[in-house]
Design a protein around this ligand. Structure first.
Ligand code: TXE
Length: 481
């Protein structure tokens, strides 16, 4: 098998890392190294920041329409190369091809077009006063840093890059070293689209080497991060004393709260999705299913039966509901969490081990959809993010009890509530501490809405106007006449 050598995108060109240091990139469905990714050092970050600083004043002074036109050209090329990007995302991450085709890659183009559009309509406040006026200038920050994870690789990278660029910033972006391929292909598309050199720089490498070099670089004025909570803590500790702006989208342990009066079939179908989509590796996946006691047994029986029928298989096959998890270390982490759940006295209803699809995927990293009941609220399994196809089910007695269980972890990212009682839906939404509450649905994303978490799930909000605000500095100008 030929091994692609990924390059950094710096100053409008593709470059090898200065150190010549590379990391292996594995296709998790087949368990084989298929590309190499630069492990960039501080000199590569220096070069990217120099290029971005040189490009900044010209980019920031372009009209909004000019910047948005360039972004739309990139989105058109993403659409043109959709099939290639879909296959690359699936091979890099292990996700089913049909998921990358339905969600990941169309969303990349949609993110870019969306921010190109709302930036054109962006306005800031002004306050008239007797013989005077205050108006708020929203100026770009300068060179900003973006660090993204492996679960929705190009989707999340584009969700941060697009608003930053649209508002006139220049960007240093570091994709996850575990899934770098689509970001590399994306850099080729940016060159083709005529993105001015230095405006966007994509520098690859590990968190400890490349990521840390970004956090401490004085030329990088802000960090937008999505990833694990522990990494988020480290980022906050490192950048806060430098007074850099930062936004953290972190992990979750999301509750799915199901009342007996819900629309059962729709709830069941969606709860299977919220549990196992992308192998449970979406920060919005529901990993704690809370069910009203009066329907608990019926739910457990039906849910387990349906979970057992989910097909774990080759991501390229249309019939696969779940593909591979992202890496062998991550597979081992998930299997370790399953062992912990057993030791904590959890009753295992299905799954509980690696899946072995065989054939082309005989050496890949797969995990069976796994369901536990009987675990205490304060068990490690019910408290820690697993980020795999593993869910627990717990009964509750009434609304208050459901809210108490929903709020019983350190996280607060997302929740779903299933009920036909409108009042109850609103009450639960008010009581649950999380950045998003879906009532009778899951993962419906309107790009205009604020997105982010409470408590250990993050700090700040992105999405819609929030992203445009994050990537700008408000300056009040007070004019007296
Ligand atoms: O994420 P990391 P990991 C959760 C999930 C998962 C756990 C660990 O529970 O099991 O996090 O996953 C970069 N300075 N989520 O270890 O390390 C890293 O290179 C600067 C939830 O893969 O947080 C990558 O680009 N950057 C989640 C990015 O941070 C650093 C998605 C995310 O990787 C760095 C992914 C450092 N010191 C994992 N260390 C979500 N909320 O969607 C790492 N990075």
């Amino acid at each position: 098998m030929s091994v692609t050598q990924i390059k950094n995108y710096i100053g409008g060109e593709l470059h090898e890392p200065g150190s010549g240091d590379y990391l292996d990139n594995v296709n998790p469905a087949i368990g084989q190294v298929y590309s190499q990714v630069p492990n960039s050092h501080i000199d590569d970050i220096d070069a990217a920041v120099d290029a971005a600083e040189a490009a900044f004043s010209k980019w920031a002074r372009k009209s909004q329409a000019e910047r948005s036109t360039i972004l739309r050209r990139v989105a058109d090329l993403v659409d043109r190369d959709r099939d290639r990007l879909v296959t690359a995302e699936s091979d890099d991450n292990g996700k089913p091809l049909r998921l990358a085709r339905a969600v990941d890659i169309p969303r990349v183009a949609a993110n870019i077009r969306f921010y190109a559009g709302i930036a054109e309509g962006f306005s800031s406040e002004s306050y008239a006063m007797p013989r005077g006026i205050n108006y708020v200038l929203r100026q770009p920050l300068g060179v900003v840093g973006i660090i993204s994870p492996w679960n929705l690789p190009l989707y999340l990278l584009s969700w941060k890059i697009a608003p930053a660029l649209a508002m006139g910033n220049c960007v240093i972006a570091k994709p996850s070293e575990i899934t770098p391929m689509t970001a590399y292909l994306f850099s080729e598309l940016c060159i083709e689209a005529g993105m001015p050199p230095g405006v966007l720089n994509i520098v690859h490498g590990s968190g400890a080497t490349t990521g840390d070099a970004m956090l401490t670089h004085p030329g990088i004025k802000a960090i937008s991060f999505t990833g694990g909570t522990q990494t988020g803590e480290h980022i906050a500790r490192t950048v806060a004393p430098q007074f850099k702006k930062f936004s953290l989208e972190l992990g979750g342990k999301n509750p799915i709260v199901i009342f007996e009066d819900c629309e059962y079939e729709k709830m069941m179908e969606t709860t299977l999705q919220s549990s196992f989509a992308n192998q449970g590796q979406i920060c919005l996946c529901g990993s704690r299913v809370l069910v009203e006691r009066s329907m608990y047994e019926r739910f457990v029986d039906d849910f387990v039966e349906r979970s057992r029928k989910m097909r774990v298989g080759d991501p390229h096959e249309q019939s696969s509901d779940l593909g591979a998890v992202v890496s062998q270390p991550h597979q081992q982490k998930i299997l370790g969490c399953i062992e912990t759940a057993k030791q904590e006295g959890g009753q295992l209803h299905c799954g509980g081990g690696p899946a072995e699809p065989g054939g082309r995927c005989a050496d890949g990293f797969f995990v069976q959809p796994t369901v536990f009941t009987g675990l205490a609220t304060d068990s490690q399994t019910n408290q820690q993010e697993i980020f795999g196809p593993v869910v627990t089910i717990q009964p509750f007695d009434d609304e208050k009890h459901a809210a108490e269980l929903a709020n019983s972890t350190k996280y607060g990212l997302a929740a779903s509530v299933w009920t036909s009682d409108i009042g109850r839906g609103h009450r639960m939404a008010e009581w649950i501490d999380s950045g998003v509450v879906w009532v009778n649905c899951w993962m419906i994303r309107d790009l205009r809405t604020p997105f982010g978490g409470m408590k250990a799930s993050g700090l700040g909000r992105e999405g819609g106007m929030e992203s445009l605000r994050f990537f700008t500095e408000p300056k009040n100008v007070c004019v007296k006449y």
